[in-house]
Design a protein around this ligand. Sequence first.
Ligand code: ATP
Ligand code: MG
Length: 381
Amino acid sequence: MRKIIMVRYGEIYLKGLNRPYFLNLLLQRVKEALIDYDVSVWLSDSRIYVSDFEDSYLIINAVCKVFGVHSVCEAVEMSKEDFTDIESQAAEMMSGFSGTFKVNARRADKKYNLNSPQINAKLGAAILKNCPNLKVDVKEPDNILHVEIRDKAYLYVKVHEAVGGMPSGSNGKAMLLLSAGIDSPVAGYLVARRGVSLCAVHFYSFPYTGERSKDKVLSLAKILSSYSGKMKVYIVPFTKIQMEIHEKCPDNYTTLIMRRFMMRIADRLASSCEAQAIITGESIGQVASQTMEALCCTDIVVQKPVFRPLIGFDKEHIINIAKEIDSYETSCLPYEDCCTVFTPKHPVTKPRIDRAEQAEQYLDTENLIEEAISNVEVIEI
Ligand code: ATP
Ligand code: MG
């Protein structure tokens, strides 16, 4: 008898012939998440198992963060041959609980000499005999003892819900526009949870925004990469572009034009790191540059699809996710972002594409973009 951790996958079960590909990728991701622990991890019978751990809490926490994992539980693995041993184990495991319970048996080994209802009845009786605090309630029990009969017997009570999604690396790559705010890390997280690998671009306005603001963005990238795996962060010097826009374009269009430059640069950097799409943390109507008209004016300058996973989310909802994924505190550090440096008093809320194009005529757009890209700093996280 020993303790093991059973890892269940979510949506991968919907896959047909390529399910082994997704399962093996998930196995690899679970192994990576546990790289600092001296444990055994393996795939058997479409299930991932972990054994030889010291502190199950640490292992469960780490595995629950792996995209593609639906739930995790710590189980007792034992021989299925002697049913009285299983009865004793069931009674012992339930002795710490009170209220109501039921036994939920699954017999994957169809040749086993007891069927599921028989296992439920026998183990229920053994538990009732040993645990005077417990009563049976099959409809809405407080506690469920799960029993799986496979090559061995597996018994567990608590099921830890994991993040879900699809294994990282199973769904291509996208370029995240990562600011120092609350929204963009959440946007990146939501797309990454679907198995998309990330790279990120940050527009940096030194000396208006300092080293600490860059460090903050890199810390956010690190938090994201703890879920989605390694990523490249492109730090783009943006001051010259902002100054030019500020000097040469109508004040009410400066934010919009700046965003059009960000998108163009992100689009090109995405191509150089083989990202197929762009992600931003925009949400309809949150600020002047996120009205329907403004979003249309920024979308039009890029070739690649722009994913805005927060488009329909209220700020409160976004903050709740930021807290869940542990990015909120870092996002709330006070260091400024480049957007706040040159904010006009009255940004246009219903910009027009022709007016934006007209305003940009005074800029040497192509050279400004090329210069910024040639001075990019690339940091591997
Ligand atoms: P956030 O909280 O993510 O900063 P926000 O509500 O402050 O978003 P904006 O500043 O208008 O909104 O930015 C909208 C989106 O544009 C951000 O979510 C991010 O994807 C991108 N963005 C803004 N500033 C930068 C930057 N300095 N570098 C990279 N991307 C940026
Ligand atoms: Mg911002």
